[in-house]
Design a protein around this ligand. Structure first.
Ligand SMILES: O=c1[nH]cnc2c1ncn2[C@@H]1O[C@H](CO)[C@@H](O)[C@H]1O
Length: 323
């Protein structure tokens, strides 16, 4: 594939596929601006074992079995095994109840955390992690290797609900709710973090008529996605009064690919890890010097997306998936 101006940006996609994950992975594979150097898997939309199976399957659909898949954590960073799995959003198989045959490939003989640490070391400052699920693997990499934060180029994460309601409950967005302790580690790590929350992704909607546009393409990604999107549309029709589906993961992916599609503010983000607001993400914009020392004082700044060029994101998603 022809490279964009300069070297394509190396990305690792940390993913829990997931219907919108599948879209984001395919968009990345069709984007000359980036080179996907690996997928790492995590629970969220499905359990980790199934996420690994789906990641391998999606790479087989894309004819990209050259890309390694490293399996991630099966439990939260506090070793909680009671996970919240969003099968009611994505289907029991995570891919729209299509029951695809099992993949032929296998994950590599290395954990997701080890893979993240190793690749960041191999290409210091050059690797972007696009994290589309709960942040356990990333937090483990931060804990396991003190140089990871400095070696990793950027962490672009789909997560949080900044100054808006969550999608698990009024307080929390699903990926942060999945492992709030891990999320707090990532936000306070000092790494270059860009958070794309549902305050932004809820502006990017694939409507029923966009789905018909997608259907007019004979491209293999468009045709594949049409099959799995049915379940995602049904869920949105039931749960929201929007006439389409939210493009969470593809929006975060495109923010990593082309940062000019979004604007962001900077500040310190902490995550509530218990109580009724467990999973709440709260940004301190550093505008007031508080008299007291707070849990946000002296925390490093991260970037939090606030606006998105939604028509441009939608256009890019359709273009790249319809090729
Ligand atoms: O209502 C929901 N509950 C749980 N997960 C959801 C819901 N809606 C979407 N997602 C999934 O969680 C991420 C965005 O928060 C996306 O990966 C989306 O597919």
């Amino acid at each position: 594939m022809a490279a964009a101006a300069g070297e394509p940006k190396k990305i690792i996609i940390d993913t829990d596929p997931g219907i919108d994950d599948a879209m984001a992975i395919f968009v990345a594979l069709r984007s000359p601006e980036v080179e996907v150097i690996g997928l790492t898997t995590i629970y969220g939309n499905v359990y980790t074992t199934l996420a690994t199976r789906n990641a391998l399957h999606l790479l087989e659909v894309a004819d990209r079995t050259d890309i390694p898949v490293a399996e991630g954590s099966h439990v939260t960073i506090t070793e909680d095994k009671k996970l919240r799995i969003a099968d009611f959003v994505h289907g029991a198989d995570g891919l729209g109840n299509q029951n695809f045959p099992p993949p032929e490939g296998k994950p590599i003989d290395m954990s997701a955390t080890h893979f993240l640490v190793e690749q960041a070391k191999l290409y210091p400052g050059k690797v972007t992690v696009v994290a589309l699920g709960p942040l356990t693997n990333i937090a483990l990499a931060i804990q396991q290797d003190p140089s990871f934060v400095k070696n990793i180029g950027q962490i672009v994460l789909l997560g949080g609900a900044f100054a808006v309601n969550g999608n698990v409950n009024p307080a929390a967005e699903a990926n942060i709710f999945g492992d709030p302790d891990a999320a707090d580690i990532v936000f306070t790590s000092g790494a270059d973090v860009l958070a794309v929350g549902i305050n932004v992704t809820h502006q990017v909607i694939l409507t029923d008529s966009d789905r018909e546009t997608l259907a007019s393409s004979k491209g293999k990604f468009a045709q594949y996605l049409l099959k799995i999107l049915e379940v995602y549309f049904n869920y949105h029709h039931d749960a929201y009064s929007t006439k389409g589906v939210y493009l969470h993961d593809p929006t975060a992916m495109l923010a990593a690919i082309n940062p000019s599609l979004i604007t962001y503010v900077e500040g310190a983000v902490r995550v509530q890890t218990n109580g009724i607001t467990r999973g709440l993400t709260l940004l301190y914009n550093k505008q007031k010097r508080f008299a007291e020392i707070t849990k946000w004082s002296d925390q490093p700044s991260v970037k939090v997306a606030v606006t998105v060029d939604a028509p441009a994101v939608l256009k890019l998603v359709l273009e790249r998936l319809m090729e």
